[in-house]
Design a protein around this ligand. Structure first.
Ligand code: ZN
Length: 394
């Protein structure tokens, strides 16, 4: 079993613990201790000098189009699959995959295989059942049974609301889906989260609000995403989080008209006295960023990637005050908590050894995924099965 001692880094667990030695045994953290206090004999130990580096939990990205999303401009606009190198180079060690607009040529069985493939390549990967449309497509006949029977399924999503690309679901349809997530999650011993894609439509969070007011389903069961895509939606989101709801922000949306950057959103939550404990951030990576004109015609298309996610993490960490602790909380700990991923999002004895080591410029120096180094001295050292350059790492 691999034993690694990471010496004298500044540990953010995510709360700042000061300078600590972190002992990694196999896939887990075995100890977080005063520098120099860990004594090991009889086994070979790799030591890493982390003096001058910060350690945070590996980032958790709860909304990734692992197979690629898009397709809104026809078959040639289907976005490509994500690669393990893309993920780990951005400090991410856990992903939750989803389909998107296209639930016809993209399939949940392929998404399940992709999640399993990424896990075989070294990171932790999960998935959501369904796509934009309602009624939902599932693996086993219902969201409830997908949650119970398929280990990787953590909920349903992304189901589209308030969007011209949605299936125009009624309140009753969304309430029924939230109930499937609720009961399926309970039976499976999982979170059972309903992840709602919120579009630019003027109805905004209306359905989410009604779920909180008109059903018995707890507010945490529903995670609306893209909540910073315009200022009106973001204003609704602040009220929603204040009232006890959860919200997911998408990195990179400031590039769109009227979008709010993640760091500005964090600043505005703080200014308005709203806790960040129910706020997550995701990349939407390998989804498309289509641009439609006023008549609904597609006029532009880009692909989202996790570099925008990591850049947003750095900018939140630079906000000052408890910057890095806050960044680790909203980019890792909160999603791990909401999706009930034991071992993720924390640096503590018995947690998974998903550890991100950053230098003073907040660049990735080392990354451990389940105890294995996947980035070393700033270079990605894990390779996808069919990646060019595989021989170099064999
Ligand atoms: Zn979406």
């Amino acid at each position: 079993m691999r034993v690694t001692l990471i010496r004298s880094g500044q540990v953010f667990a995510p709360e700042p613990l000061g300078q600590r030695d972190v002992l990694v045994v196999g896939k887990c953290v075995a100890a977080v201790a005063e520098p120099g206090s860990v004594r090991i004999a009889g086994v070979e130990v790799e030591e890493i000098d982390a003096e001058g580096l910060c350690l945070v939990p590996g980032l958790v990205d709860p909304h990734v189009h692992l197979l690629g999303g898009g397709g809104e401009g026809g078959p040639a606009t289907r976005a490509p699959e994500i690669r393990i190198e893309d993920i780990v180079s951005c400090g991410v060690t856990t992903v939750i995959g989803c389909l998107g607009t296209d639930g016809v040529t993209r399939h949940l069985v392929s998404l399940l295989a992709k999640a399993r493939g990424l896990e075989a390549e070294g990171i932790s990967a999960f998935m959501l059942s369904g796509s934009y449309e309602v009624p939902v497509t599932t693996l086993t006949g219902s969201v409830r049974s997908d949650l119970v029977l398929i280990d990787k399924v953590l909920g349903a999503g992304e189901i589209a609301i308030s969007d011209h690309r949605s299936a125009q679901p009624t309140f009753e349809e969304i309430a029924r889906l939230a109930a499937e997530c609720r009961v399926g999650g309970m039976l499976a011993g999982k979170a059972g989260i309903l992840n709602l894609h919120v579009g630019d439509g003027s109805r905004g969070l209306e359905l989410v609000r009604r779920l909180g007011e008109e059903t018995e389903i707890p507010r945490w069961q529903v995670l609306p995403t893209h909540c910073n895509r315009n200022r009106q939606l973001f204003a609704e989101t602040v009220a929603h989080v204040r009232a006890g709801g959860w919200a997911d922000l998408t990195a990179g949306l400031e590039a769109q008209d009227d979008g709010v950057s993640v760091e500005e959103a964090v600043r505005l939550f703080r200014e308005r006295g709203v806790s960040l404990e129910r706020v997550t951030v995701s990349s939407d990576a390998n989804g498309s960023l289509p641009v439609f004109d006023a008549s609904g015609a597609l006029v532009g298309l880009q692909v989202a990637d996790q570099r925008a996610f990591f850049a947003a993490f750095q900018r939140v960490a630079r906000l000052g005050g408890d910057g890095l602790a806050a960044a680790a909380t909203v980019f890792s700990t909160n999603a791990a908590k909401l999706f009930k991923l034991p071992g993720k999002g924390r640096i503590a004895p018995a947690s998974d050894a998903d550890l991100l080591l950053l230098n003073g410029d907040l660049e990735v120096v080392h990354l451990f995924a389940l105890g294995r180094r996947v980035v070393e001295n700033g270079a990605v050292v894990v390779c996808g099965t069919f990646s060019v350059g595989r021989e170099a790492h064999a």
